[in-house]
Design a protein around this ligand. Sequence first.
Ligand SMILES: [Zn+2]
Length: 271
Amino acid sequence: MVYDFTSRESERGRVVFALTLHRKRMTERVIIGRTVDVRQRLETKADVVYYDVTRPLGSLLLTFESDKTGVWNRNGDILRDSYGNTFPNEAERWKMAAPVSEFLRQKCKKGEPSAMFAAIHTWEDYLDCLHKIEEWQLVFRRCKACGKDFLAKSRHIELCSDECRKQQAAIAKREFDERAKGDRLEQLDEAAYYYWYNRLRKLRKGKAANSDAAASFKAAFDEYRKEAVRRKGAVKRRESQLAEYSEWLVQQQAEADRLMDANTRCNTLSK
Ligand SMILES: [Zn+2]
């Protein structure tokens, strides 16, 4: 019987490696198969095992499969990725696993029992893992906070642990505060701008219009704008505090009032 590496149904971990050493005959016998079949084989010669060979004693140790070139590891990595890292859909996953299944099949065909057993077990473990995940209805997710891959009970779970949940909540709060601060900065800036602008308009138009006063007020307004842009930038870059900026705006508004007062007084005097 040949182990089927294209199978998507595992033997559910029942494949065993039975080794019998014979001292007098100087032989070793290896049987690989499902537990129940190996037992039967030993009693009744049932022909359903994957491997049953009697060789000179020591053959197993002398020819034991090793992984000098790392090819086993590479294939193992592919299997792991096929249901771990990239979370492909089922068709994609089998496509990824297909070359590994072929590699394992070739290893099995060579007839070296240690390699054969490792190949069968690798595939069995892979299938078992998939079935359990399916059976328990778990899904692979990548944690939004730490980037680690993990198994979750539903697609809606985005964080792998309490620690990451706490961390994410802290980030959300910080972002919220940051946004609120940004909004407040814009509000203050806009209000202050119109404070100046409305006064300038009064000097330009309306009953108290005065072109000289408007020109000097405009110059002060321009100065103020330049400085306001600089200070606003500093708050955005967290080089200064919002409260500091707000205080400065109030001072500047007092300055605007002072200029207005001086101008209206001139106006009254000149009349
Ligand atoms: Zn995490």
